[in-house]
Design a protein around this ligand. Structure first.
Ligand SMILES: [Zn+2]
Length: 410
């Protein structure tokens, strides 16, 4: 009996040891995979608040309607509800006058929640006393995004704007098909621009042409890139191999996540989305890509509040679309806009405005070659354009997090 009892005890103990070991391993894996904090919280309150929309009487709607919204806010007790009708052609414009606003060396950023339908373009037009203006915009905003931060960037200038003396800000929302829009705005801020413009060159989906065609051109200029990869595809035919990814990293590139196998995250159960994000991060860490593993690109540029919460558990920086430059100081590091670099003219404009207004421009590439997103000559031309633009530096995501953001994120 005693012996049997002892044996039971031993078995219990062995089981407990095994349980402890399993838990220790789980905790180790968790702390290894997980971010130490939510990067969005770090920068949500930076810069100077221009308007919290607690008193919307400061604003006048010149197209569409403007009302106070107390049920749903990004911060405080009230946000601004903007809506248009088919009579407005679906367009919205609100304006506010200022008599003591200095936006020189600063960029606007606003919290937005779109209710319906998607919006092609949001522009904040900043006008000085003589009517000259800069336009700070962002394209392609989807209604399933929930509240998120739009870090705006200069997309256009008219005349020779004196941003030390801003007379008026107009916020316009447009969409192509004239359907009425409904959305909320909150917490408009101005963030510091810093000095000099920055370019990030990002590459999705691991096609081999990125190694065969883009890499040699970039190496000649000394430009590093960022490859957002799907570990499930690594080593497939016509896809980058592990050895090629290692070559890229050795040449200064960073290798980050684009989920395990390129699933559309908002369409998945939360546990499945987490699995996609967590296993890809684990693969990156296991294969020596620790630095790039801090950064993520949403497949199909698709996210919603739940999937962004999942991504925030594993990554500090995440890219979506948005087709514009933005300020150097990110309030929304998990919704960073990229420009799909197909059209030379758009890229050229973005580069020169980034240099002039100390902005960050994130260019996105997929396949490079004849009949693809961009052909080889077009790619070479864009790299040449970057090299020829003064006051522009090509950086990696980790350099953005550690050297550009103030204070550094990591
Ligand atoms: Zn992709």
């Amino acid at each position: 009996m005693v012996t049997a009892h002892d044996e039971d005890d031993d078995e219990d103990e062995e089981e407990r040891d095994a349980d402890d070991e399993e838990q220790r391993r789980a905790e180790n894996t968790t702390s290894r995979l997980h971010t130490a904090f939510d990067s969005r919280a770090r920068y949500a309150d930076i810069g100077e608040r221009i308007d919290d929309f607690e008193d919307i009487d400061e604003w006048v709607a010149t197209s569409g309607s403007l009302d106070a919204e107390t049920g749903t806010t990004y911060e405080g007790s009230q946000s601004a509800r903007l809506a248009s009708t088919t009579d407005d052609g679906g367009n919205i414009e609100i304006r506010r006058e200022f008599d003591d606003l200095d936006l020189s060396g600063r960029t606007l950023s606003v919290a937005i929640r779109l209710e319906s339908p998607d919006v092609e373009q949001l522009d904040a037009i900043v006008e000085d006393e003589s009517g000259d203006e800069v336009v700070m915009g962002r394209r392609t905003i989807e209604s399933d995004y929930g509240w998120f931060i739009l870090d705006l960037g200069v997309t256009e200038e008219n005349g020779d704007p004196d941003l030390e003396n801003v007379a008026e800000i107009r916020i316009q929302l447009n969409q192509d098909n004239g359907r009425p829009i409904s959305l909320l705005l909150d917490d408009l801020r101005a963030t510091e621009r810093g000095d000099g413009g920055y370019v990030l060159l990002t590459f999705d989906d691991t096609p081999e042409s990125q190694y065969e065609k883009a890499f040699p051109v970039m190496r000649r200029y000394g430009f590093p890139g960022f490859a957002a990869i799907n570990p499930d595809r690594v080593g497939d035919e016509e896809s980058l191999s592990l050895a090629q990814l290692e070559d890229l990293q050795d040449a200064g590139w960073e290798i980050g996540s684009h989920t395990m196998d390129h699933r559309n995250l908002p369409e998945l159960e939360t546990s499945e989305a987490r699995e996609q994000v967590a296993t890809a991060k684990e693969w990156l860490l296991d294969n020596g890509f620790e630095t790039g593993a801090d950064s993520f690109v949403y497949p199909w540029s698709s996210s919603d509040p739940l999937t962004r919460d999942v991504v925030s558990d594993y990554h500090y920086l995440a890219f979506t679309d948005g087709s514009n430059t933005h300020g150097q100081q990110l309030r929304g590091p998990l919704t960073v806009g990229r420009i799909f670099a197909e059209e030379r003219e758009r890229v050229a404009d973005a580069l020169s405005l980034a240099a002039k207004y100390d902005q960050v421009v994130v260019l996105a590439y997929h396949e490079i070659g004849a009949g693809k997103w961009i052909d080889e000559a077009g790619f070479r031309d864009q790299m040449q354009l970057i090299a020829a633009t003064e006051d522009l530096e090509v950086v990696t995501p980790s350099a953005l997090l550690e050297d550009v953001l103030t204070p550094p994120l990591l």
